[in-house]
Structures are given as C-alpha cells and as structure tokens.
Design a protein around this ligand. Sequence first.
Ligand code: FAD
Length: 192
Amino acid sequence: MSENPVQALFHNFEQVANFVQHHASNFIGNLQSSGPSSRGSVNASIKVPFAKTTSPVQPIDPVLKGKSSSPVTKEDLGRSTWTFLHTLAAQYPDKPTRQQKKDVKELVQILSRMYPCMECADHFKEVLRSNPVQAGSHAEFSQWLCHVHNVVNRSIGKPVFPCERVDARWGKLECEQKACEIIGSTSIFGKM
Ligand code: FAD
C-alpha cells in the first residue's frame, strides 16, 4: 500500500535534512583540518560540527594554568590587604620624611574609601575616626596598624594579636641593594 501524501512529504524532508547535514559536516570538517589555524590547534580535533560539547575544549593559557578562576573572597582580600599594610609598616622608616608621613596617611584614608567591600570600608572609616593614623616612625606606624587590625579582629570575632610580637611576625623584607626600600627613604640629598 502506498504512503499517504503527508507521510511521503515528511519522508522526503527527512532525506533532504540528512543529506544537508552529512555534506555540511564534511565541508566544515575539511575546512577545519586544512585551514592554517588548525595546525597544532585543539580545534582541529573537533570532527563533528554542531555537536553539543558539554565542556568546550579551550587552549590552556600558560599564565593561568593551575590557577583557579573563582572570585576573590572577602577573607582573601582582607588577608592580602593586611599583608600589604603590615609589610609596608615593616619597611616604614624609623625617621620618615614629611612626604612619606603624608603619603601613608593618605593611603590609609583612600583605602577606607575605595576598599572593595562596602561593609569593611564603612567599618574601617569609623575605626579611623576614633584611631587617626600615627605614622611618626616605624614603631609608631606598625603599632598603630596592629591596634586597628585588632579593632577589626574583635569586631568580627577573631583573636586579638599581641602587638609586642608584630615585628617578629612581619619582619623587614630581605632584598638586595635596598630594592624593597620605600621610595624616598634614601636619596643622594639625604633624608628630607
Ligand atoms: P587576617 O585578619 O586577614 O590577618 C592576616 C594575618 O595577620 C593573620 O594570619 C595573623 O598572622 C596576622 N595578624 C592578625 N592580627 C594582627 C594584628 N593585629 N597585627 C598584626 N598582625 C596580625 N572582614 C569582615 O568580615 N568584616 C569587616 O568589617 C572587615 N573589615 C576589614 C577592614 C580592612 C581594612 C581589612 C584590610 C580587612 C577587613 N576584613 C573584614 C577582613 C578581615 O579583617 C580578615 O582579613 C579576614 O577575615 C581574613 O582573616 P584571617 O583570619 O585570614 O586573618
């Protein structure tokens, strides 16, 4: 018995679709394996165009290899920022120049305005209002920083750090030829 006209139409349509898919696959497959960009490229191994891949193959950037792309957490950011600040305090001169005192005060103020955690920045502004930056010397700045870090520690339920141990925890960096010195600490004109 012959098919009804609608069935015949669907049958023909299916054949045409298969034909187009088959030839398009071959055509694109050839382009990929013969094109100059395919040499040594992972794309050359993709044989089935239009196929859905659950994990697209990406070239591995050697710089990013092994690094996580997950976003930085509030804790990561905090740890890194405290590391920067305590390291700066460790390097801060015993007799800072007027410019260095001004710079370090501005740096801390700017941090309290631009720190990319709104809750932390707001709280830190309050902390600074009751504890203005003290930067007259290395000892003064590192003790002040230890104190304000402890104010933050207390407010988030972290243990208080013994400030008499701050120099032992955050020792001066060891760099050859004064490479870690804060700019302006020594100059051909002597200390300002
Ligand atoms: P951190 O507190 O990050 O300390 C790093 C290391 O410093 C410690 O492992 C310890 O060895 C040493 N250390 C600890 N205390 C002192 C100290 N007093 N003096 C010297 N060294 C010390 N998080 C919030 O949830 N809410 C906030 O409001 C908030 N405000 C912040 C404001 C600023 C300016 C900064 C920089 C961070 C803030 N954070 C805040 C983040 C928070 O302080 C911590 O950095 C984060 O919770 C990770 O804590 P941690 O235990 O790794 O140690």
